[in-house]
Design a protein around this ligand. Structure first.
Ligand SMILES: [Zn+2]
Length: 482
């Protein structure tokens, strides 16, 4: 393999060190072989460590495509059933291709929505193939769930409020008996043995405490402790989950997770909007990662995460897009900017420094996805995971010539500035296009597959207005009144 030489106008080598002007990065055998000074200030790009998206679902359908905008999370989740099942390789290739085009080199695919056209091990193989075809680092967090299929409580009362037709549909679609915990946990190990290798790892993906029995969570905590396999789960995303957790775990939900081996360096928690200070301190002390999903939290009305307070307590925080990027476009650069402007501070009180933001968008997420700490820096010997932005376009309107490169990145970089992406030395994006798959053609194919299968979810579409109303009254009812 011949070495690649990347011409750089500005290099952001890691989260803390100052930008370096006029360099050449030499990439060879998957690593940065050298970072050399460049003689003349010839045209080059802005290069930084590849971004990481530490919470996502390999989801391909946007809210506006299925008419589920402005629906709070608890009622929105059932809307995912409106999305017809399609070929899992096609769906995953599009999801990972869009992720790469958005500037991300490593992604958590918390696989909460199985297409289900085949058995799960076959589907997982298709997801792994899509990851390798695209070329980014993927952690497949295998979904484990066996509790509370409709609401965080017994659902009998809710069903009583539905018409017979809606009740029959909801029972058929949502209330299938789950596999026993032991089988679900064994499935994760079997899938891992089958698909893990360069580019893809497998994690336990319990949906969240409110969706898993104590037996399920204990088995996962025990297995993770024994094998070292990583764990990814939702935690305290909404005020309703907080309410449920306080009723169900009077000792504290994070303390409970800690007792069963699920608060440690192997674990990452998505959202954590409703964490309390003592819980932040415990998570920080144990070294677990919190994954913040700023756009998603706005879009499904979950709240604003207390990022400043988390940082002050030493929490490791990473970025996630959660399949709900602000403009429905998987643009990780815009997500990074949005998180920064929401969380950076109040007046002169800085709560999220620039170094915090860069760690959030690169090394902390990469760690949650891969478990590795050797990346997110561009230096000889480091893995060649590089994001290349079009510096000439970014800098085209400068008046003052010495505006720092990071200022421009934070002010305006979007996915259309993504020129290239290297992951483990492989050129995954070149001239703004994904190299391993024909993404535009696959997007067309996916859309026609989704439209062709639209009728397969007609029953649940018909039941949705009633279900949504019933869910709204459940979460506005006496159980959840403050
Ligand atoms: Zn999520």
């Amino acid at each position: 393999m011949t070495a690649n030489r990347i011409e750089v106008s500005w290099l952001l080598p890691n989260a803390v060190d100052p930008a370096l002007a006029n360099r050449i990065i030499v990439v060879d055998e998957g690593r940065v072989a050298a970072v050399e000074a460049k003689q003349a200030a010839a045209a080059g790009d802005l290069v930084l460590p590849a971004l990481a998206n530490a919470h996502d679902h390999a989801r391909v359908v946007r809210l506006s495509q299925v008419g589920s905008l402005d629906v709070p999370l608890e009622a929105w989740l059932p809307y995912l059933t409106l999305i017809p099942a399609v070929d899992p390789w096609l769906a995953s290739a599009v999801a990972f291709g869009r992720t790469a085009r958005g500037g991300v080199g490593s992604v958590m695919a918390h696989y909460t929505r199985v297409q289900g056209l085949t058995d799960f091990p076959t589907e997982a193989r298709a997801v792994a193939k899509a990851a390798r075809d695209v070329g980014i680092q993927v952690a497949l967090a295998v979904h484990c769930r066996d509790l509370n299929p409709l609401v965080y409580d017994p659902h009998d009362r809710l069903l009583e409020h539905l018409s017979p037709a809606a009740c029959a549909c909801v029972s058929r679609r949502f209330l299938k008996p789950p596999l026993p915990p032991a089988e679900q946990v064994a499935m994760v190990e079997a899938v891992a043995a089958d698909i893990e290798g360069p580019g893809i790892t497998v994690q336990y993906g319990p949906a969240g405490v409110q969706w898993c029995t104590d037996e399920m969570l204990r088995r996962i905590g025990e297995a993770s402790g024994r094998t070292g396999r990583r764990v990814h789960m939702h935690l305290l995303e909404t005020q309703y989950q907080r309410n449920w957790a306080d009723r169900t775990y009077p000792q504290g939900i994070v303390r409970y997770l800690d007792e069963i081996g699920l608060v440690n360096e192997r674990v990452s928690f998505a959202h954590c909007i409703w964490l309390r200070p003592g819980e932040m301190e415990l998570i920080a002390e144990r070294g677990a990662t919190i994954v913040i999903n700023t756009s998603s939290n706005f879009i499904v009305s979950s709240g604003i995460a207390p990022v400043g307070r988390m940082l002050r307590r030493g929490c490791r925080i990473a970025m996630g897009l959660d399949g709900l990027a602000f403009d429905e476009d998987e643009d990780a650069l815009r997500e990074m900017r949005l998180a920064y402007v929401v969380h950076k501070g109040s007046g002169f009180d800085i709560r999220m420094a620039r170094a915090d933001l860069l760690r959030f968008a690169t090394e902390n997420g990469r760690f949650a996805v891969t478990g590795q700490t050797d990346g997110a820096r561009i230096a000889p010997g480091a893995p060649a995971d590089l994001l290349i932005l079009d510096w000439q376009r970014l800098a085209a309107e400068l008046v003052e010539p010495d505006v720092p490169a990071l200022d421009l990145l934070l002010a305006k970089a979007r996915q259309e500035h993504v020129k290239g992406l290297y992951v483990a030395g492989r050129e995954v994006v070149r001239d703004g296009a994904v190299t391993g798959i024909d993404l535009p053609a696959l997007e067309v194919e996916l859309l026609s597959a989704l439209r062709a299968a639209f009728d397969t979810t007609a029953d649940v579409r018909a039941a949705m207005p009633e279900l949504r109303a019933a869910l709204q009254s459940h979460y506005s009812g006496p159980l959840y009144c403050a």
